[in-house]
Design a protein around this ligand. Structure first.
Ligand code: GLA
Length: 728
C-alpha cells in the first residue's frame, strides 16, 4: 500500500520506493504539509512544527489565544486566500458575495487503487505499475467552494503526481482568478533553483541560482509552454551535484500559459505553487461546475542524475503513448534545410533516392508543399497541395517515394492561418484578434481560435482528410508564433479570460481524436523548434523537434538542458549541413552524427549534393544508430561533464538497462592548446564485470567508474568520439 491514513494522528502518508510524503489534518481541519523527502521510518513528522509567536503573522479566529498558530507560517497542501496567509497563493477567486477570501478545511478523503485521470487534460497513466490515488476534499463553507486535491502515487517510479479540481458548491457564479495545480512546501533547508530558460534556437538552458528572499516567478504568457521558460523547475540542496544531494523536480504537464512561483519567506521556508498562469485568466465557475487544473509530475531524488532518471522513466513509460512509444523511430530525411520553400518534385525525389541508398527509412516533406506557399506570407489554413510544385499531386509524389521503399511524412501547421488564405477570407472571425484592434503579426500569420467548435471541427476534418487520402505515416505538427490578441468571437466579453485555456482543452481533444483514429501515424511536435517541448505535448507526440538550431555545438547545450527532464527518445535531432545555417559554424560530419544520434535521429540537408566519402560515412552512422538506438532510447543517460566544462568539451553516456553495454560520447566545444587531459569517470556499469572498450582493451567496470578514462589530445575542428563499452 503506497497510501495510508492513520486515524489516531489524522495523518495521510504517501510512500514510494525511496520517498515519503506526509500530510496531517490538524485540529482546525487545515491540511498541513509535514514532509516530502527521503523515505522515513517515522510516521509522524509533526514534532517539527513551529510553536512560537511570529508577531506579525496573525491567527485564525478559533486560535486567537494561541499566537503560535498562523496560516502565514504553516506548511500547507493547498493554500487558502485572503485570510492571513500572506505568501503566494495557490488559488484566488471572487466569490458570489463579492468577498475575496476563503479558508479551505478538510471535509473527506478517499484512497483508490489505480491512477486518477483529469477530464480533458493529459496526465501520467498507470502502465501496470503499483499506483494508488488519494483524493482529499477541502471546503470553504461561506464561499461554498470545494477543492479536491488529487495525488497519484507511483510507488516503483518514485513519482507523485498532483492536480486539483475546484468545484462551485453554491448557487451563484464564482469567478476563478487563479487555480494552481499544487502547492509544495519545503519548510527547512538552503535551496538552489535550477530553471530552464531560453530563446528561439537556444531552448532549455539550465540556470542555477540560490533562492533569495521574495518570489521567483517563472512564467510564459505566450500561449505556448515557450522557448523562454520550460514548465519545469528543480529545487536542490545548495550542495547537490549530479550524484548526491536532495533534489525536487516540479514539472507541469501543460503546453499553454503557465506560471511557477517560488517564495522564500521571512522564515526561510520555501513555497512553490505552479499551474496555469493567472495573468489575464478568469474562469466563470457556474453553480455545480468543476474546474480541473493540469497535472504536476513531482519527484524527489538523491542527486540530479537520479532525478533525471525518474523523469526519463515516467515520461517514456507513463506519458508517451501509442505504438511508437518504445518502438524504433524511423530514421528520417527532412527537406527543410535542403530546399526551404523552394520545393520541386525533382529535387525532392533526388534527395529521397539518395536517402534510401544510405539507409534512411522515411522522407518528410516540410513547409512549402501547399498552394500559395512560396514563402511564409501566404497559404496557411488551406492545406491544398500545390500542383505546380508537385505535378502529379501529393499522392503522386508519395507513391514515387513509397515505391523507393521509403515511408512518407508531412509537415503541417494546423493552428495557424495567413491573412492571404481562402480560410481567412471566408472566416476572418476564426482567427484570434481583439475587436477594433490590428493584431500583432508574427511570421505574417495569425492563430486560429481553437476554442471555437467550428475551428476544432475544421481542423479535425482537414487533418483526417489528409491522413485518409494519402499514405502518410508521420506528421510534423508545427506552431510558429506566440499567441497574442486573445479574444474569441464565440464567447461573451465576461468569459474572454477563459479563452487561452479553452484553446488548449480543444487542442488536446483534437490530438486525442486524431491519435486514436490514426494509431499508425507517428506525430512529432514542433513550435519553431522546441517552443512547446513539455510533458503535455509528449502525451500525444512521442517526439518533439528539439530546436531549430541544428549546429551540433549549440545543440550540445540545448540537449544537455533538455536531458534534465526529458528522455532522449523524445528529442528530435538531425544532422544538417556544414557550415551550419543558423550559426555559420563548420563542424565535421562525425560530430554532427554523434550529437544527433543522442535523440530521435534524422537528416536535414541536401543528400544529393554530398561526396562519396560523406555518403559512406552517413551509411555507417545510420547503421550504428540502428544498432545503438535501444541503448540510447531505452537505457540510462548520464551527464558526465558539468556546465563549466562546456567551454572545453561535453561528455555524456548511455548504459543499456541490463548494464551490458554503454556508449560514451565526447565532443570538443573549444579545442585548447596543451591543455590538461580530459578525464571522465563513467557511471552505471557493473563494478565487477569486465568490459571491452572499443574492442581495444578490457577493464573492470569499477576501474572505468572509479579510475575513469583519459582522452588524449582533444584538438582540431570540434572533434567527437564515441567509446563502445561492451561487457564480455
Ligand atoms: C519551423 C520549424 C522548422 C520548419 C519551419 C518551416 O521553424 O521549426 O523545422 O519546419 O518551421 O516553416
Amino acid at each position: 500500500m503506497s497510501i495510508r491514513y492513520i486515524e489516531s494522528s489524522k495523518q495521510i502518508i504517501l510512500e514510494t520506493a525511496d520517498t515519503t510524503y506526509q500530510m496531517k489534518i490538524d485540529e482546525l481541519g487545515y491540511l498541513q504539509h509535514l514532509y516530502y523527502g527521503k523515505k522515513l521510518g517515522q510516521n509522524d513528522m509533526s514534532y517539527q512544527f513551529r510553536i512560537y509567536d511570529h508577531g506579525f503573522s496573525g491567527n485564525p479566529y478559533e486560535m486567537r489565544d494561541n499566537r503560535a498558530y498562523s496560516l502565514d507560517s504553516m506548511a500547507q497542501e493547498y493554500t487558502s486566500f485572503g485570510v492571513g496567509d500572506f505568501r503566494v497563493t495557490s488559488i484566488y477567486a471572487s466569490c458570489s458575495d463579492g468577498s475575496r477570501c476563503a479558508e479551505f478545511r478538510y471535509a473527506a478523503h478517499e484512497i483508490l487503487d489505480g491512477k486518477y485521470t483529469i477530464p480533458g487534460l493529459p496526465s501520467v497513466y498507470d502502465n501496470g505499475d503499483t499506483v494508488q490515488t488519494l483524493i482529499v476534499t477541502l471546503i470553504d463553507k461561506p464561499a461554498n467552494i470545494k477543492i479536491k486535491l488529487y495525488y497519484g502515487v507511483f510507488e516503483e517510479l518514485d513519482i507523485i503526481t498532483r492536480a486539483a479540481e475546484i468545484i462551485n458548491a453554491g448557487n451563484e457564479i464564482v469567478w476563478l482568478r487563479k487555480a494552481c495545480s499544487m502547492c509544495l512546501e519545503l519548510p527547512f533547508g538552503k535551496w538552489d533553483m535550477i530553471h530552464f530558460h531560453g530563446r528561439h534556437c537556444m531552448e532549455r538552458q539550465p540556470e542555477r541560482v540560490p533562492l533569495f528572499h521574495g518570489i521567483h516567478t517563472l512564467v510564459s504568457g505566450r500561449g505556448m509552454s515557450s522557448h523562454q521558460h520550460n514548465p519545469f523547475v528543480i529545487l536542490c540542496d545548495r550542495d547537490a551535484t549530479e550524484d548526491n544531494g536532495a533534489c525536487y523536480g516540479v514539472m507541469l504537464m501543460y503546453s499553454g500559459n503557465h506560471k511557477t512561483e517560488i517564495e522564500r519567506d521571512q522564515f526561510d521556508s520555501v513555497r512553490i505553487v505552479t499551474g496555469i498562469s493567472d495573468d489575464r485568466f478568469r474562469w466563470e465557475l457556474a453553480s455545480g461546475a468543476s474546474f480541473y487544473t493540469p497535472e504536476v509530475i513531482l519527484t524527489c531524488a538523491d542527486g540530479l542524475t537520479n532525478l533525471s532518471h525518474n523523469y526519463h522513466r515516467v515520461i517514456r513509460n507513463n506519458v508517451v503513448r501509442g505504438e511508437y512509444k518504445l518502438m524504433h523511430r524511423p530514421v528520417l530525411i527532412n527537406n527543410w534545410e535542403a530546399t526551404y520553400f523552394d520545393i520541386t518534385e525533382e529535387k525532392v525525389l533526388a534527395i529521397a533516392e539518395k536517402a534510401k541508398e544510405l539507409g534512411v527509412e522515411m522522407f518528410v516533406l516540410d513547409d512549402g508543399w501547399f498552394k500559395n506557399r512560396n514563402d511564409d506570407n501566404a497559404g496557411l489554413g488551406d492545406w491544398i497541395p500545390d500542383t505546380e510544385k508537385l505535378p502529379d499531386g501529393l499522392g503522386g509524389l508519395i507513391e514515387k517515394i513509397n515505391n523507393m521503399g521509403l515511408r512518407f511524412g508531412l509537415w503541417i501547421e494546423p493552428e495557424m492561418v495567413n491573412e492571404d488564405s481562402d480560410l481567412y477570407r471566408t472566416h476572418p472571425d476564426w482567427a484570434l484578434t481583439a475587436p477594433n484592434r490590428a493584431p500583432m503579426m508574427a511570421r505574417n500569420q495569425l492563430v486560429l481560435d481553437l476554442s471555437r467548435k467550428e475551428v476544432h471541427d475544421y481542423l479535425f476534418d482537414t487533418i483526417s482528410g489528409l491522413l485518409e487520402k494519402y499514405n502518410i505515416t508521420y506528421i510534423k505538427w508545427d506552431f510558429n508564433r506566440p499567441i497574442s490578441d486573445v479574444y474569441s468571437y464565440a464567447f461573451p466579453s465576461s468569459r474572454q479570460g477563459e479563452v487561452s485555456h479553452r484553446y488548449y482543452l480543444s487542442l488536446y481533444a483534437l490530438y486525442e481524436k486524431l491519435t486514436a483514429k490514426f494509431p499508425h501515424v507517428l506525430f512529432e511536435g514542433c513550435a519553431g523548434g522546441g517552443g512547446r517541448f513539455d510533458a503535455g505535448m509528449l502525451y500525444y507526440n512521442p517526439q518533439i523537434w528539439c530546436s531549430d538550431n541544428t549546429d551540433p555545438i549549440s545543440r550540445l547545450k540545448i540537449q544537455y538542458g533538455t536531458s534534465f527532464g526529458y528522455p532522449s527518445c523524445t528529442v528530435g535531432a538531425h544532422v544538417s549541413a556544414s557550415p551550419n545555417h543558423q550559426t555559420g559554424r563548420k563542424t565535421p560530419l562525425n560530430t554532427r552524427g554523434v550529437v544527433a544520434m543522442s535523440g530521435s535521429f534524422g537528416y536535414e540537408l541536401d543528400l544529393s549534393q554530398l561526396s562519396d566519402e560523406e555518403c559512406d560515412e552517413i551509411k555507417n552512422q545510420i547503421k550504428k544508430y540502428k544498432e545503438l538506438e535501444p541503448i540510447i532510447h531505452g537505457g540510462r543517460m548520464y551527464r558526465l561533464s558539468q556546465k563549466s566544462d562546456a567551454t572545453h568539451y561535453m561528455a555524456w553516456q548511455f548504459v543499456s538497462p541490463d548494464q551490458s553495454r554503454a556508449l560514451l560520447n565526447i565532443v570538443v566545444t573549444n579545442p585548447l592548446a596543451n591543455s590538461a587531459p580530459v578525464h571522465v569517470k563513467l557511471k552505471g556499469l557493473i563494478p565487477d564485470a569486465t568490459y571491452s572498450v572499443n574492442g581495444e582493451f578490457e577493464v573492470l567496470g569499477s576501474a572505468l567508474m572509479k579510475g575513469g578514462y583519459t582522452f588524449q589530445r582533444l584538438i582540431g575542428d570540434y572533434p567527437a568520439m564515441q567509446l563502445d563499452i561492451v561487457r564480455i
